[in-house]
Design a protein around this ligand. Structure first.
Ligand SMILES: *Cc1c(COP(=O)(O)O)cnc(C)c1O
Length: 203
């Protein structure tokens, strides 16, 4: 049986709500905004919480991410990966990373194209302090379900191609509140859910 990790996307939520989620057994939290995340990470220090950085990562912000998170979803440049590897402490477990793919080919979205993904994966694989886990994508909102399925299936196909080249990936980080069902049907291993768990984010 395949198991799927529910990543609770807690951006915009106060630490008290994360404590409630922890009490219900959720341990994996996804955050986009570094300063906001660092406050919650220190507030929840000593708990079972594990932190996934899911936002856009700027080159000058890699150090706190390398120091405080277990996962980075959304690496799309080799330079960022190199910095994360250099900055990850030798005492910590390797940092888990996924490469973000702009699978729907949207203009102005982060992520590499499907064609760029394989060379980037091969470049990241040998970095010593990273553990390359797989691929991540984010689809445009309000796509018809058939389109959601098509894009998620394409990401899975890319993972299979990468594994045929010996990359040994085990993670498809795909599916949010609006496209969760299609992502699960197409093989998601981590779904990143905010609104459907916590309700609308406070402003
Ligand atoms: C905000 C966010 C999510 C969660 O979105 P919801 O629609 O609230 O479930 C998932 N992934 C990323 C990268 C996000 O920025």
């Amino acid at each position: 049986m395949r198991s799927i990790t529910l990543l609770a996307v807690s951006k915009g939520q106060p630490a008290s709500r994360l404590e409630s989620a922890l009490a219900l057994g959720l341990t994996q939290f996804g955050e986009n905004y570094l300063d906001e995340a660092l406050g919650k990470i220190s507030a929840l220090a000593g708990t079972a919480a594990e932190w996934h950085f899911i936002g856009r990562l700027q080159g000058n912000k890699t150090r706190p991410v390398a120091e405080h998170f277990s996962w980075v979803h959304g690496v799309d440049r080799e330079r960022i990966a190199r910095r994360l590897s250099e900055q990850r402490s030798a005492r910590a477990a390797p940092l888990n990373v996924c490469v973000q793919v702009n699978i729907a080919g949207e203009a102005s979205k982060s992520g590499v194209s499907a064609a760029e993904a394989l060379p980037l994966l091969h470049a990241i694989r040998p970095l010593p302090r990273l553990r390359l886990r797989g691929l991540m994508c984010m689809l445009p909102f309000d796509l018809p379900a058939t389109e959601q399925h098509r894009h998620f299936a394409a990401l899975r196909g890319l993972l299979e191609t990468a594994n045929a080249q010996g990359l040994g990936l085990d993670t498809l980080s795909m599916g949010m509140s609006d496209d969760l069902e299609a992502a699960v049907a197409e093989g998601a291993s981590i779904v990143r859910i905010g609104t459907a768990l916590f309700g609308r984010r406070p402003q």
